[in-house]
Design a protein. Structure first.
Length: 306
């Protein structure tokens, strides 16, 4: 397995670890044909307050089919913390309803931030834990953490650390940020022969601790979806978000017209009615909110049966 990577794995750590992968929409589901060596995985399911990563369904299903521990992660953008936590829970519901609960949650801390975000990060963890009481591991780089995670009073450092510190220059152990005393997962290189795929190793002791946590009850879906409508003017299926921030597949929205002044005359009339009635969250101009593919990263391959 290590031969797949251009960097040489540190010689100081050869036992008590298990290789694993973190995945997102950048990696197709077919990559699992080449991941027979992976002992665990973690798939991106959300970003910021508005983006849900639909590829998490396929990646999580593949991990479950192989019988390995798997988790889900949120890429933090440091907007409203409650909105970002709820966005993750939307994705969690999406996956749980089809596959079951993950073994752990991960909060990815690496995006640009202003000042210290330790309290923001701990609050996100608490909201998610209240809804789904599974371990939350914190992913970050040591330099980033030294700049933005310095408040010891909120207790973030008690959570397991997934540290990104590349060993391409011969590093034998990762740099552990001051808030922590040790690491649970080490992302040690990004130079893969499989494309945009990082390599991580998790300590066996941390993986074993996941087995001691009972599976939680699924996060309840709060509302039924609105009735779906027939295809409109030949448009493909797209994803719509309802007032409670659940995602539903709907036919008929020309997403390119979302900023258009004549959206009402060119949009499926049922979507207009849902927006005006508050069934679907609306844009400031009253038009229905849809994740715009080009701007928000929707992959048309995943716009199906969610």
């Amino acid at each position: 397995m290590l031969a797949l990577y251009k960097a040489k794995f540190p010689t100081a750590i050869q036992t008590g670890i298990q290789a694993g992968v973190d995945l997102s929409g950048w990696q197709p589901a077919s990559i699992w044909d080449k991941l027979g060596w992976a002992g665990w995985s973690c798939a991106k399911v959300s970003e910021g307050a508005f983006f849900t990563e639909l590829s998490a369904i396929d990646h999580s299903q593949a991990a479950k089919d192989r019988g390995i521990p798997w988790g889900l992660y949120h890429f933090a953008k440091f907007t409203d913390v409650e909105a970002e936590a709820e966005r993750y829970l939307v994705g969690l519901r999406m996956v749980e309803s089809r596959i079951g609960p993950p073994k752990f949650h991960m909060l990815d801390l690496e995006a640009p931030a202003s000042g210290d975000v330790t309290a923001w990060s701990e609050r996100w963890c608490q909201i998610v834990e209240q809804a789904s009481p599974l371990p939350v591991i914190i992913y970050t780089g040591p330099g980033w953490a030294q700049s933005h995670l310095n408040d010891r009073s909120v207790g973030l450092g008690r959570r397991a650390l997934w540290v990104a510190h590349y060993a391409n220059a011969g590093t034998e152990e990762p740099w552990v940020p001051d808030l922590w005393s040790d690491w649970a997962i080490w992302q040690w290189t990004s130079t893969s022969q499989l494309g945009s795929l990082d390599l991580n190793v998790a300590k066996d002791t941390w993986l074993a601790s996941l087995d001691a946590v009972p599976a939680p009850d699924p996060v309840p879906v709060p509302v039924d979806p609105p009735a779906l409508i027939a295809p409109y003017d030949g448009d493909p299926m797209i994803v719509v978000e309802d007032a409670r921030r659940n995602l539903w597949l709907v036919d008929g929205w020309k997403y390119r017209l979302i900023e258009s002044a004549d959206w009402e005359t060119k949009t499926n009339p049922m979507l207009v009615a849902w927006a005006r009635a508050g069934v679907i969250r609306s844009n400031p101009d009253g038009s229905p909110y849809i994740g715009k593919m080009a701007d928000e990263g929707w992959d048309s391959n995943y716009l199906k049966e969610i």
